[in-house]
Design a binder for this molecule. Structure first.
Ligand code: CP
Ligand code: NVA
Length: 305
């Protein structure tokens, strides 16, 4: 069966663990050098990954492109607005055509439902490169980064501070699968989607107080207060004004706590310079790990053929 990577909650816990282990192994095999040669097993040899972007991207775009090359394959990248998709060609017809031309498709879409529609028709693997609903590739890189610095994720406590957004949802999906606890602190009007919250079950605690969320946490994570596609910028700045991750907030976490942010960051809003540029920040490792994590995702997809 075609292996799509659409959301963490769709994976078996063992599959998720295997993808993370493969990401660690692929990184280790490079001995600290993220760029360059093709991996020995070249699981994407003679394969082409198409990437479709409806929204801006730096990390996802470049890391997937680097990733497919390191797996021995090649890429084709298009902005949706330059495709016939942008003139109203149905998602399903696009999926049928690309399935005849390439070996996998990564999509960054405004609407999660469009990625689901694409995957229902595609006969090649489809990877979610961020939607309004979730960002599963990102949290793989985040968990990988935590494990590199602090050991297995199982039993850890992660504090999510700010918007109950797409990245937060993917963390909630992962928590019960990997056995970590997620404390989510957000203003009531920007809480996570309740269906996604339910997928986290007992592994997720919701609060409106950032201090409650970070107390004793092993990891503190935040993200922009205004995601791509959000229109209510002023209202959000006001609602989130007590949710900045600063040194005082970090000091309430475990003394060894680390800081993560998927980037791009808005310094002075969701995080201060002192935290993101400080000794507890792992954001550059986190960004690099997008390559390694996505290689593991693509290798998993191709292994299903
Ligand atoms: N973190 C992330 O997905 O970054 P980009 O929007 O630059 O791809
Ligand atoms: N929540 C952010 C993540 C960007 C990588 C957004 O959707 O804009």
């Amino acid at each position: 069966m075609t292996r799509h990577f659409l959301d963490i909650h769709r994976l078996e816990a063992a599959e998720l663990r295997a993808i993370l282990d493969d990401a660690h192994a692929r990184k280790a095999a490079r001995k600290g050098w993220p760029r360059g040669r093709v991996d020995a097993d070249a699981p994407a040899k003679d394969r082409v990954l198409a990437m479709i972007f409806e929204k801006n991207s730096t990390r996802t775009r470049f890391s997937f492109d680097a990733a497919i090359r390191q797996l021995g394959g090649d890429s084709i990248i298009a902005n949706a607005g330059d495709m016939q998709l942008g003139r109203g060609e149905p998602v399903e017809d696009t999926a049928r055509v690309l399935s005849r031309m390439v070996d996998a498709v990564m999509i960054r879409a405004n609407s999660h439902e469009d990625v689901e529609r694409f995957a229902r028709v595609a006969t090649v693997p489809v990877v979610n490169g961020l939607t309004d609903r979730s960002h599963p590739c990102q949290i793989l890189a985040d968990i990988m980064t935590i494990e590199e610095q602090r050991g297995p994720i199982e039993g850890k406590t992660i504090a999510w501070i700010g918007d109950g957004n797409n990245v937060c949802h993917s963390f909630m999906h992962a928590a019960p699968k990997l056995g970590f606890h997620l404390n989510v602190a957000c203003p009531a009007e920007y809480h996570p989607d309740l269906h996604d919250l339910a997928k986290g079950g007992n592994a997720v605690t919701l609060t409106s107080d950032p201090k409650d969320a970070v107390r004793g946490a092993d990891v503190v994570v935040t993200d922009t207060w205004v995601s791509m596609g959000d229109g209510d910028y002023e209202a959000r700045l006001h609602a989130f004004e007590n949710y900045t991750v600063d040194e005082a907030l970090m000091d309430l976490a475990d003394p060894d706590a680390v800081f993560l942010h998927c980037l791009p960051a808005h310094r002075g809003e969701e995080v201060t310079d002192a935290v993101i540029d400080g000794p507890r920040s792992l954001v550059w490792d986190e960004a690099e790990n997008r390559i390694h994590a996505q290689k593991a995702v693509l290798a998993w997809c191709f292994a299903g053929d």
